[in-house]
Design a protein. Structure first.
Lengths: 262, 278
């Protein structure tokens, strides 16, 4: 189950915002897309999911398990999302429906994709809530998103994304809106779930430190182009491109240094 | 710069500062309950130093700086600026003296600049509102020249005064917000997460700029941040907050490198570091 993105282009109106992006996510690999705002990393992820905004047009090729998925009809894409490809976004507050209990939202994806009945789906929602380590899962499924903390909401979003055991998870800055202690918990949770299921991961971030915690391979984007891709350890110790070197230098200047400032 | 000033050169002093908010009543005959955003905080900000305030969302960081600046009324406790009492209940005009001494930069440069005003008007507004001239003294002289000067101080071009906020990137907007906070030559600059919404490249630039301004103008700095690297780079002293209380405080290197309180240790351990071997 591998993902191959080849020569991906995305145009918004006359403007080419993603220009010839190619990378591969082999089965079970954890790939980070890294770059600053406007580098094209989120649009690349949305293109994989077939969720580009109106007015954006994608070209090139995105193959999932050998099959071309770029330009698939909406119905087939909808089946693919959730079934085989899960997604977690940055802001769990907007990703969840405010007027439905979290249990119903988790149950919804298994009802749609696995055809479970109402009662079975409700039981499954409790199990999925437990799997993402939500406290007191049997009671928490009856709650509404606004009754949960930011970290709990992101756990719900992860439960929804993983309920159908997708083979690929796309996570778009899933911890950026969270406090650092919560970020650490969510990263740990994501990593253990991804490893347990042998899932592949595409993780989007602007934070090199987060990248180093979660990904094995990094793809550095700038202005819609790939400027470097390499194992994360290479990117961090021997960056080749000026862009990566700059990101590393700037990140180091503002990062917490547990050993003190040299 | 702190060694230039006597140990008691306290510019901002808070004692027993507390801010509680009423909760909505849930039972008719029971007394209303209160939630505490800040509880019994004592803070000293010495002139010429940089104080960092760290802690997670809801820990009371922003409440504390709002109270220090007289932007909110404490439930109890006192705030003094340069030994003068800050009375946040007083009409706005009665706090003009405090506004002249302080400048503030907020997190989101997209929300804090009026899109209908030119950059020159935005940056110059504190001078007009406080009745100050370009030299920071009462009067209306040289305002335009000061606006152009402060734009250059923050690394922008003087001619940008005629343009509008939407023409600028996030980093440039934050420089505009910084110019506005500095235009009237305040003694204290307060930043409430001023770098959090910026990309790393821009963040490093603004961080460097703050360091330069501090060294050049011996500006006193109060910096609220959940970004501990920023505090580590810029601040002499640090306050750690949790659930409305100050749980640890002291010199930055001491608090960050030898934290005494378990919460501080946990907070620091959660911060991701660049680890090529992870």
């Amino acid at each position: 189950m591998s993902l191959e993105v080849q020569d991906l282009t995305i145009d918004i109106g006359e403007r080419r915002v993603v220009d010839g992006v190619s990378f591969e996510v082999p089965d079970g690999a954890r790939v980070g897309l890294i770059g600053e705002s406007g580098s094209g990393k989120s649009l690349t992820a949305l293109a994989i999911l077939g969720l580009l905004p109106d007015g954006a047009h994608a070209g090139g090729s995105i193959r999932w398990n050998g099959r071309e998925i770029l330009g698939l009809p909406d119905r087939e894409l909808a089946q693919l999302r959730g079934d085989e490809i899960g997604i977690v976004f940055q802001e769990p507050r907007t990703a969840l429906n405010p007027i439905r209990t979290v249990g119903r939202q988790i149950a919804e994806s298994v009802r749609i994709h696995e055809g479970l009945g109402r009662r079975e789906a409700a039981a499954r929602a409790v199990a999925e809530a437990a799997r993402v380590a939500l406290p007191d899962p049997e009671r928490i499924v009856a709650r509404f998103p606004h009754q949960l903390s930011g970290g709990q909401r992101q756990r719900v979003a992860i439960a929804m994304a993983l309920a159908c055991r997708p083979r690929l998870l796309i996570a778009d800055e899933p911890t950026t809106a969270l406090d650092v202690t919560i970020q650490a918990e969510i990263l740990e949770l994501l990593l253990s779930l991804v490893k347990d299921d042998g899932m592949s991961l595409v993780f989007i971030t602007h934070d090199l430190a987060v990248l180093s915690q979660i990904a094995t391979h990094g793809v550095v984007l700038e202005d819609g182009r790939v400027v470097e891709q390499a194992p994360v350890s290479h990117l961090l110790t021997a960056p080749q491109s000026a862009v990566t070197q700059g990101l590393l230098r700037d990140a180091t200047a503002t990062l917490w240094r547990p050993g003190g400032i040299a | 710069m702190s060694f230039l000033f006597p140990a008691d050169g306290v510019l901002m002093r808070a004692r027993g500062l507390t801010r509680r908010y009423p909760m909505p009543k849930t039972k008719l005959f029971e007394p209303r309950s209160y939630t505490s955003a800040l509880e019994d905080a004592d803070v000293d900000v010495r002139e010429g130093t940089a104080l960092g305030i760290i802690g997670e969302s809801g820990s009371g960081k922003s409440t504390l700086v709002r109270l220090l600046l007289g932007l909110d009324v404490p439930t109890s406790g006192t705030v003094e600026f340069d030994e003068r009492e800050v009375d946040a209940r007083a009409p706005a005009r009665a706090l003009h003296w405090l506004r002249r001494e302080t400048g503030i930069v907020f997190q989101d440069p997209y929300a804090s600049l009026d899109p209908r005003m030119s950059v020159g008007r935005i940056v110059g507004e504190p001078l007009w509102a406080l009745g100050l001239g370009g030299d920071g003294e009462p009067g209306s002289h040289d305002r335009r020249a000061r606006v152009r000067e402060v734009l250059e101080d923050v690394g922008l071009e003087a001619d940008m005064a005629d343009r509008f906020p939407h023409e600028f990137s996030g980093g440039q907007r934050q420089r505009i917000a910084l110019a506005r906070a500095l235009v009237h030559r305040p003694r204290v600059l307060v930043g409430d997460e001023p770098l959090s919404a910026l990309d790393v490249t821009v963040r490093a630039q603004i961080l460097q700029l703050l360091g330069e301004l501090r060294a050049r103008d011996s500006l006193t700095l109060v910096l609220v941040s959940h970004d501990i690297g920023v505090v580590q780079t810029l601040c002499d002293e640090v306050i750690v907050m949790k659930d409305g209380r100050i749980v640890e405080e002291g010199p930055t290197e001491k608090v960050l490198l030898q934290p005494q309180v378990s919460y501080t240790r946990r907070l620091l351990a959660s911060i991701p570091v660049i680890d090529p071997g992870a």
